[in-house]
Ligand binder design. Structure first.
Ligand code: UGA
Length: 445
């Protein structure tokens, strides 16, 4: 089919390239000229494993093109996928829908024949109904222009795999023609066994935020358990393994550490709480505020542990000075295999330590560039070992594979003090301790 993808960020670029891979002809709409030029040249403006090769291949074959013109998109596409961002409002907890509204208002006046617009962006419940009314009002094609809501569940770092092999396909529709068209479009995936849930707009919108809220809750649950483990000399890794064997609970997303970040989980749970308030069901969502609180507290706790490791225990409530100390931070991205530093716990911790007087040297295999733009006052090293020169403490804050391959022997003569803190619970603490290092981690003895 001939499709358009409106908004070429993580979601849009991946959807565009993956749908070209499935054999569709794709026109991507991107209003940022610099991004558009890169994409048209077959280059991805961010780091995502496997995506560059896919994009380059389909740009070269002509199956995937980019444009800025809504008129061209309307003339080209049988289905239009809406993939623009819905960030947190600058002054509030709700979602900023300016890009979604802008895209519908830009596209609708050109839709003069029967067509389908498919929303994939994460939006507050109720948005799809409102957008479908706007489409009917503004599109010359009127009621022949249909809207469906088809949320996306891809994870950064696995974006291509998640798009080509999704766990499920959710279709929020009000017209059977939309369902038929989308079942045809996703035919190869459905034939391969991907479950399909056909539902209404509101449920489809809620499925997405409910899924992210559940994942965030799982992470904050295990992080809250980590605090209890620390207070009782218990071990959160053993605890997570043991409860995770219960298939009703499951081990995934039970990794205690410095908490969740990124462009999705934090802003989605806040937007959900905000929307619940508008709908008069705020009390039902109060627990999500605690999920957010536990998550943010993890960052604060790491800062306190770092202070204690460098300056020793202080009187209750007192803050140890970090002036004159040097801290190596391994990782800046909000998670490995990404260069995304939006709401990154690692950078947030690095920034707070810097503000308290420490010299902080950050190394990330992919995110140093994006981190430098966001936090220019930190120092950036070219390698994990270089970051540790003269360090009083090494903080492992984003679990890139290469950090697990570094052992005490690599750093013994590099650091000033042999101290390491594992904020992601994946280093071998016993090995570091056996080599004479002080090694601590979240929720562990
Ligand atoms: C998340 C969801 O997992 C996707 O399903 C969803 O499509 C996406 O948001 C979105 O809304 O677009 P993503 O933001 O790429 O995907 O990242 P996750 O893999 O969910 O990780 C989020 C954060 O949680 C990271 O900072 C990660 O380090 C942290 N995390 C994850 C933990 O602290 N512990 C865990 O056990 C798992």
């Amino acid at each position: 089919m001939r499709i358009t993808v409106i908004g070429c960020g993580y979601l849009g670029t991946t959807h565009a390239a993956a749908m070209a891979e499935l054999g569709h002809e794709v026109l991507g709409l991107e209003k940022d000229p610099a991004k558009r030029a890169l994409l048209a040249d077959g280059r991805v403006p961010f780091y995502e494993p496997g995506l560059g090769e896919l994009l380059a291949r389909h740009v070269a074959s002509g199956q995937l093109r980019f444009s800025e013109s809504y008129a061209e998109a309307a003339a080209f596409g049988e289905i239009h996928f809406l993939c623009v961002g819905t960030p947190q409002q600058a002054a509030g907890l709700g979602a900023d829908l300016a890009q979604v509204d802008g895209a519908i208002e830009g596209l609708a006046p050109h839709l003069d024949r029967p067509t389908l617009v498919v929303g994939k962006s994460t939006v507050p419940v109720g948005t799809a109904q409102r957008l479908s009314e706007t489409l009917t009002e503004l599109a010359p094609g009127g009621a022949e222009v249909l809207l469906a809501w088809n949320p996306e569940f891809l994870r950064e770092g696995y974006a291509v795999e998640d798009t080509v092999h999704p766990d499920r396909i959710v279709l929020g529709v009000t017209d059977p023609r939309a369902e038929t068209l989308l079942r045809g479009f996703y035919g190869p995936m459905i034939d391969a066994g991907t479950p399909v849930v056909v539902t209404d707009y509101a449920t489809a919108e809620l499925v997405k935020v409910a899924a992210n809220a559940f994942l965030a809750t799982k992470i904050s649950f295990i992080n809250a358990m980590a605090e209890v483990c620390e207070a009782t000399d218990a071990d959160v890794l053993d605890l997570a393994d043991a409860i995770g064997y219960d298939v009703r609970i499951g081990r995934r997303f039970l990794n205690a550490g410095i908490g969740f970040g990124g462009g999705c989980l934090p802003k989605d749970i806040r937007a959900f709480v905000h929307r619940a308030g508008e709908l008069g069901v705020e009390d039902a969502m109060t627990f999500l505020r605690h999920v957010d609180d536990v998550n943010l507290r993890m960052r604060e706790r790491v800062v306190q542990v770092a202070q204690a490791m460098i300056a020793g225990p202080t009187a209750a409530g007192g803050e140890a000075s970090l002036v004159g100390s040097r801290i190596a931070v391994w990782g800046a991205a909000f998670k490995p295999d990404s260069d995304d530093v939006r709401d990154s716990p690692a950078l947030s911790v690095a920034g707070q330590l810097h503000l308290r007087g420490a010299e902080v040297v950050v190394y990330d295999p992919q995110a140093s560039g994006t981190a430098q733009s966001a936090f220019p006052t930190l120092t950036y090293a070219d390698s994990a070992v270089e970051a540790c020169h003269g360090a009083d403490l090494v903080l492992h804050l984003t679990e890139w594979r290469e950090f697990r391959e570094i052992g005490p022997a690599d750093l013994d003569v590099v650091v000033r003090r042999r101290q390491i803190f594992d904020g992601r619970n994946c280093l071998d603490l016993d090995a570091w301790r056996a080599a004479g290092w002080t090694a601590r981690a979240v929720g562990r003895r």
